[in-house]
Design a protein around this ligand. Structure first.
Ligand code: ADE
Length: 218
Protein backbone atom coordinates (compact mmCIF):
# COMPACT_ATOMS: atom_id res chain seq x y z
CA UNK A 1 0.00 0.00 0.00
CA UNK A 2 1.30 3.42 -0.99
CA UNK A 3 0.21 6.35 1.14
CA UNK A 4 0.45 9.95 -0.04
CA UNK A 5 0.13 12.88 2.34
CA UNK A 6 -0.26 16.13 0.45
CA UNK A 7 0.06 19.50 2.17
CA UNK A 8 -1.66 22.37 0.39
CA UNK A 9 -3.34 25.71 1.00
CA UNK A 10 -6.03 24.73 -1.55
CA UNK A 11 -6.60 20.98 -1.22
CA UNK A 12 -9.93 21.20 -3.09
CA UNK A 13 -7.93 21.70 -6.29
CA UNK A 14 -6.86 18.05 -6.10
CA UNK A 15 -10.07 16.34 -5.02
CA UNK A 16 -11.72 15.66 -8.36
CA UNK A 17 -8.67 14.49 -10.35
CA UNK A 18 -7.85 11.95 -7.65
CA UNK A 19 -11.42 10.65 -7.26
CA UNK A 20 -12.08 9.12 -10.68
CA UNK A 21 -11.02 6.35 -12.99
CA UNK A 22 -7.76 4.58 -12.17
CA UNK A 23 -6.96 6.71 -9.11
CA UNK A 24 -10.31 5.89 -7.51
CA UNK A 25 -9.85 2.22 -8.41
CA UNK A 26 -6.43 2.19 -6.74
CA UNK A 27 -8.00 3.60 -3.59
CA UNK A 28 -10.98 1.23 -3.71
CA UNK A 29 -8.65 -1.74 -4.04
CA UNK A 30 -6.77 -0.59 -0.92
CA UNK A 31 -3.55 -0.21 -2.91
CA UNK A 32 -3.23 3.56 -2.47
CA UNK A 33 -4.32 6.19 0.03
CA UNK A 34 -4.25 9.93 -0.56
CA UNK A 35 -4.61 12.22 2.46
CA UNK A 36 -5.01 15.94 1.80
CA UNK A 37 -3.94 18.33 4.57
CA UNK A 38 -5.17 21.91 4.54
CA UNK A 39 -2.24 24.16 5.47
CA UNK A 40 -4.65 26.95 6.42
CA UNK A 41 -5.64 24.91 9.50
CA UNK A 42 -2.07 25.34 10.73
CA UNK A 43 -1.95 29.09 9.94
CA UNK A 44 -1.00 31.68 12.54
CA UNK A 45 -3.31 34.04 14.42
CA UNK A 46 -6.96 34.74 13.89
CA UNK A 47 -6.46 35.12 10.13
CA UNK A 48 -4.68 31.76 10.00
CA UNK A 49 -1.81 33.43 8.17
CA UNK A 50 0.44 31.17 6.08
CA UNK A 51 2.45 33.64 3.99
CA UNK A 52 4.42 36.85 4.50
CA UNK A 53 6.64 39.38 2.69
CA UNK A 54 10.09 38.23 1.77
CA UNK A 55 13.21 39.40 3.58
CA UNK A 56 15.40 41.56 1.40
CA UNK A 57 12.39 42.92 -0.47
CA UNK A 58 10.97 41.95 -3.82
CA UNK A 59 7.60 41.07 -5.26
CA UNK A 60 5.63 38.06 -4.11
CA UNK A 61 4.75 36.47 -0.80
CA UNK A 62 6.63 33.57 0.76
CA UNK A 63 5.03 30.69 2.65
CA UNK A 64 6.07 30.97 6.30
CA UNK A 65 8.06 28.18 7.94
CA UNK A 66 5.95 27.66 11.06
CA UNK A 67 2.64 26.38 9.63
CA UNK A 68 4.49 24.06 7.25
CA UNK A 69 6.87 22.83 9.93
CA UNK A 70 3.97 22.12 12.31
CA UNK A 71 2.07 19.90 9.89
CA UNK A 72 5.24 18.20 8.57
CA UNK A 73 6.45 17.41 12.11
CA UNK A 74 3.00 16.10 13.05
CA UNK A 75 2.97 13.73 10.05
CA UNK A 76 6.59 12.68 10.63
CA UNK A 77 5.73 11.74 14.22
CA UNK A 78 3.03 9.39 12.91
CA UNK A 79 5.06 7.40 10.34
CA UNK A 80 8.37 7.29 8.50
CA UNK A 81 8.41 8.94 5.09
CA UNK A 82 10.44 7.48 2.22
CA UNK A 83 10.41 10.85 0.48
CA UNK A 84 9.29 14.37 1.29
CA UNK A 85 8.74 15.99 -2.08
CA UNK A 86 8.47 19.71 -2.74
CA UNK A 87 6.83 20.64 -6.04
CA UNK A 88 8.81 23.50 -7.52
CA UNK A 89 9.74 24.68 -11.02
CA UNK A 90 13.43 24.64 -10.03
CA UNK A 91 13.37 20.95 -9.06
CA UNK A 92 14.46 17.81 -10.91
CA UNK A 93 12.39 17.36 -14.07
CA UNK A 94 9.89 14.55 -13.46
CA UNK A 95 10.52 11.45 -15.60
CA UNK A 96 9.04 7.97 -15.92
CA UNK A 97 12.07 6.44 -14.16
CA UNK A 98 11.37 8.54 -11.08
CA UNK A 99 7.69 7.53 -11.19
CA UNK A 100 8.73 3.86 -11.33
CA UNK A 101 10.97 4.27 -8.29
CA UNK A 102 8.34 6.15 -6.28
CA UNK A 103 5.71 3.47 -7.00
CA UNK A 104 7.73 1.04 -4.84
CA UNK A 105 7.63 3.28 -1.73
CA UNK A 106 5.25 3.12 1.24
CA UNK A 107 4.89 6.70 2.48
CA UNK A 108 5.37 9.82 0.40
CA UNK A 109 4.71 13.37 1.55
CA UNK A 110 4.19 16.13 -1.03
CA UNK A 111 4.36 19.84 -0.25
CA UNK A 112 2.58 22.24 -2.59
CA UNK A 113 3.95 25.77 -2.72
CA UNK A 114 2.14 28.94 -3.67
CA UNK A 115 3.09 32.54 -4.38
CA UNK A 116 6.88 32.87 -4.59
CA UNK A 117 7.42 29.54 -2.87
CA UNK A 118 8.24 28.29 0.61
CA UNK A 119 10.82 29.52 3.13
CA UNK A 120 14.21 27.96 2.32
CA UNK A 121 14.52 26.55 5.87
CA UNK A 122 11.65 24.11 5.24
CA UNK A 123 13.53 22.82 2.21
CA UNK A 124 16.73 22.52 4.24
CA UNK A 125 15.06 20.83 7.24
CA UNK A 126 12.55 18.47 5.65
CA UNK A 127 12.53 18.16 1.86
CA UNK A 128 14.31 15.11 0.39
CA UNK A 129 13.31 15.53 -3.27
CA UNK A 130 12.38 18.58 -5.35
CA UNK A 131 10.33 17.89 -8.46
CA UNK A 132 9.37 20.06 -11.41
CA UNK A 133 6.83 18.72 -13.89
CA UNK A 134 8.27 20.90 -16.66
CA UNK A 135 9.93 24.17 -17.49
CA UNK A 136 6.99 26.46 -16.95
CA UNK A 137 5.57 28.08 -13.84
CA UNK A 138 2.23 27.05 -12.36
CA UNK A 139 0.32 29.17 -9.87
CA UNK A 140 0.81 26.45 -7.25
CA UNK A 141 2.18 22.97 -6.75
CA UNK A 142 -1.24 21.25 -6.61
CA UNK A 143 -1.49 20.33 -10.29
CA UNK A 144 2.07 19.04 -10.18
CA UNK A 145 1.21 16.92 -7.11
CA UNK A 146 -1.80 15.45 -8.93
CA UNK A 147 0.43 14.53 -11.87
CA UNK A 148 2.92 12.83 -9.57
CA UNK A 149 0.21 10.85 -7.74
CA UNK A 150 -1.50 9.83 -11.00
CA UNK A 151 1.67 8.69 -12.77
CA UNK A 152 2.97 6.86 -9.68
CA UNK A 153 -0.39 5.45 -8.55
CA UNK A 154 -1.12 3.65 -11.82
CA UNK A 155 2.22 1.83 -11.53
CA UNK A 156 1.45 0.25 -8.15
CA UNK A 157 1.22 -3.52 -8.81
CA UNK A 158 -2.44 -4.53 -9.07
CA UNK A 159 -3.82 -1.10 -9.95
CA UNK A 160 -4.04 -1.62 -13.69
CA UNK A 161 -6.30 -4.46 -14.82
CA UNK A 162 -3.84 -5.78 -17.34
CA UNK A 163 -0.84 -6.03 -15.03
CA UNK A 164 1.65 -5.81 -17.83
CA UNK A 165 0.18 -2.88 -19.66
CA UNK A 166 2.23 -0.19 -17.91
CA UNK A 167 5.39 -1.92 -19.09
CA UNK A 168 4.55 -1.01 -22.67
CA UNK A 169 3.81 2.66 -22.07
CA UNK A 170 5.71 5.25 -24.01
CA UNK A 171 8.86 6.23 -22.06
CA UNK A 172 9.13 2.92 -20.13
CA UNK A 173 11.90 1.72 -22.42
CA UNK A 174 12.76 5.11 -23.92
CA UNK A 175 10.65 4.12 -26.93
CA UNK A 176 7.51 5.89 -28.06
CA UNK A 177 4.50 3.52 -28.12
CA UNK A 178 3.30 2.25 -31.54
CA UNK A 179 0.03 3.45 -33.15
CA UNK A 180 -3.15 1.86 -31.79
CA UNK A 181 -6.52 1.22 -33.40
CA UNK A 182 -9.98 -0.07 -32.50
CA UNK A 183 -13.15 -0.75 -34.49
CA UNK A 184 -14.17 0.00 -37.18
CA UNK A 185 -11.43 -1.44 -39.40
CA UNK A 186 -12.03 1.36 -41.87
CA UNK A 187 -13.06 4.89 -40.90
CA UNK A 188 -13.57 7.74 -43.37
CA UNK A 189 -11.49 5.83 -45.89
CA UNK A 190 -8.62 5.23 -43.45
CA UNK A 191 -7.90 1.53 -42.95
CA UNK A 192 -6.32 -0.15 -39.92
CA UNK A 193 -2.92 -1.66 -40.94
CA UNK A 194 -3.55 -5.13 -42.36
CA UNK A 195 -1.06 -6.87 -40.04
CA UNK A 196 -3.15 -5.98 -36.95
CA UNK A 197 -6.07 -7.96 -38.40
CA UNK A 198 -3.87 -10.94 -39.31
CA UNK A 199 -4.09 -12.75 -35.97
CA UNK A 200 -0.35 -13.51 -36.26
CA UNK A 201 1.04 -12.45 -32.85
CA UNK A 202 4.71 -12.69 -33.83
CA UNK A 203 4.14 -10.55 -36.90
CA UNK A 204 2.11 -8.04 -34.87
CA UNK A 205 4.84 -7.78 -32.21
CA UNK A 206 7.43 -7.19 -34.90
CA UNK A 207 5.30 -4.53 -36.61
CA UNK A 208 4.68 -2.74 -33.30
CA UNK A 209 8.36 -2.79 -32.41
CA UNK A 210 9.33 -1.39 -35.82
CA UNK A 211 6.68 1.34 -35.56
CA UNK A 212 8.02 2.25 -32.09
CA UNK A 213 11.52 2.59 -33.48
CA UNK A 214 10.27 4.72 -36.40
CA UNK A 215 8.28 7.05 -34.09
CA UNK A 216 11.14 7.36 -31.64
CA UNK A 217 13.67 8.22 -34.38
CA UNK A 218 11.28 10.82 -35.76
N1 ADE B 1 5.00 24.79 -8.95
C1 ADE B 1 4.95 25.82 -9.82
N2 ADE B 1 5.38 25.45 -11.02
C2 ADE B 1 5.73 24.14 -10.93
C3 ADE B 1 6.27 23.18 -11.84
N3 ADE B 1 6.53 23.49 -13.11
N4 ADE B 1 6.49 21.94 -11.39
C4 ADE B 1 6.24 21.62 -10.11
N5 ADE B 1 5.75 22.47 -9.21
C5 ADE B 1 5.49 23.73 -9.61
Amino acid sequence: MLRFDIISAIPALMESPLSHSIMQRAKDKGLMQVHLHNLREYGLGKHQQIDDYQYGGGAGMVMMPEPLDTVIEKLKSERNYDEIIYCTPDGETFQQKRANRLSLKNNIMIICGHYKGIDQRIRDMHVTLEISIGNYVLSGGELAAVIIVDSVGRLIPGVLNDESSALFDSHQDDLIAPPIYTRPSEYKGLAVPEVLLSGNDALIDEWRFNESIKRTKK
